[in-house]
Ligand binder design. Structure first.
Ligand code: V47
Length: 360
């Protein structure tokens, strides 16, 4: 085992070996340490305690049904104003057809998110889910960020619980983790001023967990936030997880500047990506899964991330419109499995709840 030379890092090293919880100062020190190899070994130790070499992936398909959005977040290159020539929206039938073709291709999950559409109310999303239930009955539907749920509730003048109950009745199976960005008022004011705040994001996920719905949590990093703000974001998630246990995976999303109003920024370095993945594994001791979303991390960096604490790679994805991905957006199951094997780990196919998929 590689041992740290810096005394404060040695203190953290002992805490992790003793299974003790890390705090804000520990997280900040880990994000800044030069001894990245120690950080990586620590995160890998914790990952192996929980999962050994098992590395999860899912045969899924992402569907982004509209880029129309009433918000204008500075990190986003996907949203379009309703009048823009390249504004798009998929009809309910289009979405159902994509889900059906995904199921035929072997997918067990569709992951659907979109912009905050100016007019679609609850009924539209209910019809979308019902149409998927009919066209692809075996597919799990993971859909709608907390921001979308709150937007639908506002437009439809309903409570969060009423919206979630109706969506579940129509076929919603779980919530993805998007829309969290960075839980901090300063960053909120600078980069996504008109979006709902952290309290609302937590209200949606808390309500979902109380209803027995599982969800994920994300953090969009590498734009205008500070390391301390990243750590606070993760600790707030840890707090809710202590109370509800409803989160399945934490997904650190690496900011891709291209096409966004923040395109003058560099975005995180690969090293910063690795530090962030590793620190999330160490701070989020009550999250089972840390996901390296290869669309943003690239397949090669994901291989490193899998040795720095991550245990999940998301999936085959097929098409992804929110960012321009360096490796494209589709990967075959064999390539995904090979990517995992190449770094000495064991590929394990999963369903949306980390169980073996039906029929396996
Ligand atoms: O909320 C937007 C992010 C999110 C950019 O739950 C960007 O398993 C990087 O949440 N660069 C949506 N990120 C995607 C998402 C997600 C993805 C994969 C898996 C899961 C899961 C959830 O994408 C948004 C926002 O935070 N985003 N623009 C960008 N330029």
């Amino acid at each position: 085992m590689i041992e740290p030379s810096e005394p404060r890092l040695a203190g953290i090293w002992h805490k992790v070996h003793a299974g003790q919880r890390l705090d804000q100062a520990d997280g900040e020190l880990l994000l800044a340490t030069d001894e990245v190899h120690v950080l990586g070994r620590l995160a890998d130790l914790v990952r192996r305690r929980r999962h050994g070499g098992r590395t999860y992936y899912i045969i899924n398909r992402h569907i982004n049904y509209t880029n129309r959005c009433v918000l204008a977040c500075l990190f986003c290159g996907f949203r379009r104003s309703p009048g823009d020539h390249d504004a798009m929206e998929l009809s309910v039938e289009d979405v159902a057809a994509v889900a059906a073709s995904a199921e035929q291709a072997g997918a067990c999950e569709v992951h659907m998110t979109g912009g905050l559409h100016p007019r679609w109310k609850l009924g539209h999303y209910v019809r979308m889910l019902q149409a998927i239930r009919r066209s692809a009955p075996g597919v799990h539907i993971k859909a709608f960020t907390a921001v979308e749920i709150a937007h639908i509730a506002r437009l439809s003048r309903l409570t969060l619980r009423a919206v979630l109950e109706r969506l579940v009745e129509a076929g919603l199976g779980s919530l993805p983790g998007g829309g969290a960005e960075i839980f901090d008022d300063r960053v909120h004011a600078r980069a996504f001023r008109h979006k709902m705040g952290a309290e609302d994001w937590f209200a949606v996920h808390r309500t979902a967990h109380e209803m027995g719905l599982r969800s994920n949590a994300t953090m969009l990093y590498g734009h205008v936030e500070t390391p301390a703000e990243r750590v606070r974001h993760m600790l707030r998630l840890r707090e809710l997880q202590d109370q509800t246990g409803g989160f399945q995976a934490f997904v650190p999303l690496s900011f891709i500047p291209g096409g966004s109003p923040l395109s003058h920024l560099d975005g995180p370095t690969g090293l910063d990506d690795l530090r962030t993945v590793a620190v999330s594994r160490l701070l989020l001791d009550n999250f089972d899964h840390i996901k390296t979303f290869w669309i943003m991390h690239t397949l090669k960096l994901s291989q490193l991330a899998l040795n720095f604490g991550a245990d999940d790679m998301d999936g085959t994805v097929v098409r992804y419109d929110i960012v321009k991905a360096a490796d494209g957006t589709e990967v075959s199951v064999e390539r995904l499995r090979q990517t995992i094997r190449e770094c000495g780990l064991e590929p394990v196919e999963r369903d949306s709840f980390y169980r073996p998929p039906a029929g396996e």
